[in-house]
Structure formats: structure tokens, C-alpha cells
Design a protein around this ligand. Structure first.
Ligand code: ZN
Length: 163
């Protein structure tokens, strides 16, 4: 397994929506293995394919029950509201209290191509929303309120200048 480079804020690949995986072949299985390895090395609890520069609709996560991959995930229902401190491996070292729906219903496929349907809330629900956002080309910065966003952009601009 290979630890891949995680793309950072400013990389255009993070702003592009991914395409559905059409065929679950060996390259997808290998990509999932490498993404899991990369997520653990970071360390993080979730990783979307475009975060490692691959424009395919899949993510991996592990919230404590072992690694899982969701292929072609979609959130088909969301309800409630929950505020949680959220960070992102592509925007390292920063986190914000972000309000999002609490419960979500996620559908997709597992690596064997079987349909899966998961009702998740709180932490798991948050991970799903964060990763599906990535696959739609949306970073958590777009979920901040105006003031948080102003502060965040100030920090990120200063970083870009320093780098
Ligand atoms: Zn992220």
C-alpha cells in the first residue's frame, strides 16, 4: 500500500465535482487500499478520492469500527441540526464549529458492488456530509458563517504568501 499525497487548499482538484465509478475493478480496490493507508498516516477519519487527486466518486472512512469505502455515495435525506467542530486534511491545522444537519441517509455501493443504505447521525453523519461535499467539489470553508469565513481566508491567504 502506498501513502498518497493529500491535496491542499488552493489545489483546483478540490473544487471539481467527481464522476461516478462505472466499474468496480482492481484499480478501484487498489485506490481504496491506498486511500485507507493515507487516511491513517495523516491521521484522519475520512478521505475523499479527489483529496488524493483522483476524480472518482468514492470515499473511505473509519470512525472506530475499521475502514470502510463507499462508492458513488449520495445523501438522499437530511434532517435536524448539529453543531460540531470540524477540520479537514486539505485545510490542515484549522477547525471551526460548523452547523449541519444531524441525521443523514446515505446510499451507495460497497466494494463488492452491493447497494448500501446507512442512516447516520452526529459524528458518523458529519463525516458522511463532509466527504460527500468533497466529492461535489465543496470544501468545509463554504459551510462557515460569514465571520468564520473572513477569518479563515485571512489565515489561508497569509499562509499562501508565506509558502
Ligand atoms: Zn476534508
Amino acid at each position: 500500500m502506498v501513502v498518497l499525497t493529500i491535496r491542499q487548499y488552493g489545489d483546483p482538484v478540490l473544487k471539481q465535482a467527481t464522476k461516478d465509478v462505472e466499474e468496480l475493478d482492481g484499480t478501484v480496490a487498489k485506490l481504496v487500499d491506498d486511500m485507507v493507508e493515507t487516511m491513517y498516516a495523516a491521521p484522519g477519519v475520512g478521505l475523499a478520492a479527489n483529496q488524493v487527486g483522483v476524480q472518482r466518486r468514492l470515499f473511505v472512512y473509519d470512525i472506530g469500527d475499521g475502514p470502510r469505502a463507499i462508492i458513488n455515495p449520495r445523501i438522499v435525506e437530511a434532517s435536524g441540526e448539529w453543531t460540531f467542530e470540524e477540520g479537514c486534511l486539505s485545510v490542515p491545522g484549522l477547525s471551526w464549529q460548523i452547523v449541519r444537519p444531524n441525521q443523514v441517509h446515505l446510499v451507495g455501493l460497497n466494494l463488492d458492488g452491493e447497494e448500501i443504505s446507512i442512516e447516520a447521525d452526529e459524528y458518523e453523519g458529519r463525516v458522511f456530509q463532509h466527504e460527500v461535499d468533497h466529492l461535489d467539489g465543496t470544501l468545509l470553508l463554504e459551510r462557515l458563517d460569514e465571520e468564520q469565513r473572513r477569518d479563515a481566508l485571512k489565515i489561508l491567504r497569509a499562509r499562501a504568501l508565506a509558502g
